[in-house]
Design a protein around this ligand. Structure first.
Ligand code: PMP
Length: 316
């Protein structure tokens, strides 16, 4: 996703909606114990059209934010419901009618772990999902990174700690330099871990396999969604297991899953083609169903959607 660092006109910071240009902090503050959430709000029913927005799995994202806070030893001075309301307020202030990417950041004010900064920044985006988007079928060549995924006894990969993303950024840069479109990490044991900002799934003989949390992955909300929905609703079996590098090379299909990446098919790993059909039929079916869930078409998951109504009082 191309992201301008300025974000939207309005953001929410430390208790109030304000212009993003005024959301300033002292330059010398230490930020290394910060953590964040990446959340999306989608337009209902028609993913690229206009209509009321729904935040996807707001509660699951807040739960993970609180777990990240616990790991980093920081107390968030709001309730989860207050931050969901604050997210709605920030969206409403901007008067957004299209899909919104929400970046919720927390980091300590100086040495004070009790009074952190809490900022909600926003960007609009076009979905990567579904048959309607030609980008879905673009070829994506991945490599195995020479950077290992940080070990869970070095940094908390299960938490969305900012520090983890130095590891991700180094691997992304290496991958681009080598002419690839994306990269997969091995964990410290040499098993497939995840990508730089998404989890990974492979398909073998009609079954989906995906690495366990102990393979240095983030506890992904999207992965959790698919683990619940695919076996139950589509009858596609999913097994959480360690995946060896060669096992991945020999897969029939593979794809990334994440809030930002949505369902992103992978064409090859280290120039070895994954399967002989691209994007594969299971990947395509998963992408379609995930889109349906996000935009409210699968009624049984409508409780995962937090509606945001447009207000006549939008500031823009
Ligand atoms: N792994 C990493 C390293 C990520 O940054 C993300 C994006 N948050 C994911 C996995 C996917 O997590 P989620 O489905 O909760 O967005």
């Amino acid at each position: 996703m191309a992201m301008s660092f300025r974000g939207s006109k309005y953001c929410w910071m430390n208790g109030q909606v304000m212009e993003t240009k005024d959301a300033l902090v002292p330059a010398m503050e230490p930020i290394y114990l910060g953590f964040f959430e990446g959340i999306k709000a989608h337009v209902e029913e028609n993913i690229l059209g206009e209509g009321p927005l729904n935040i996807f799995r707001a509660k699951a994202h807040m739960d993970r934010l609180w777990r990240s806070a616990a790991v980093c030893g920081i107390k968030i001075p709001y309730t989860k419901d207050q931050l969901i309301e604050a997210t709605k307020e920030a969206i409403q202030a901007n008067g957004f009618k299209t899909n919104v990417y929400i970046h919720l950041r927390v980091w300590p004010k100086g040495a004070n772990p009790i009074q952190p900064h809490v900022v909600i920044g926003l960007w609009t985006f076009e979905s990567k999902l579904g048959k309607g988007n030609p980008k879905f079928s673009e070829k994506r060549k991945f490599n195995v990174s020479s950077w290992r995924r940080i070990a869970t006894d070095a940094l908390p990969t299960q938490a969305k700690a900012l520090a983890n993303y130095a590891n991700s950024e180094l691997a992304s840069r290496e991958s681009r330099r080598l002419g690839f479109d994306g990269t997969l990490f091995l964990d410290s044991r040499g098993c497939i871990s995840e990508s730089t900002g998404a989890c990974v799934m492979a398909v073998r003989d009609g079954k989906i396999i995906t690495p366990p949390v102990t393979a240095s992955i983030l506890e992904s909300v999207t992965r959790d969604t698919l683990l619940k929905a695919l076996p139950e609703d589509l009858g596609i079996p999913v097994e959480v297991k360690d995946i060896a590098r060669a096992e991945f090379y020999g897969s029939d299909e593979a794809f990334l899953c994440g809030t930002g990446s949505e369902i992103t098919p992978i064409t090859s790993l280290d120039d070895i083609p994954i399967g002989d059909q691209y994007p594969g039929p299971i990947t395509t079916r998963v992408a379609e169903y995930y889109t349906d869930i996000l935009v409210g078409k699968v009624k049984k998951y409508n409780s995962w959607l937090t509606p945001v109504q447009l207000l006549a009082t939008a500031r823009v």
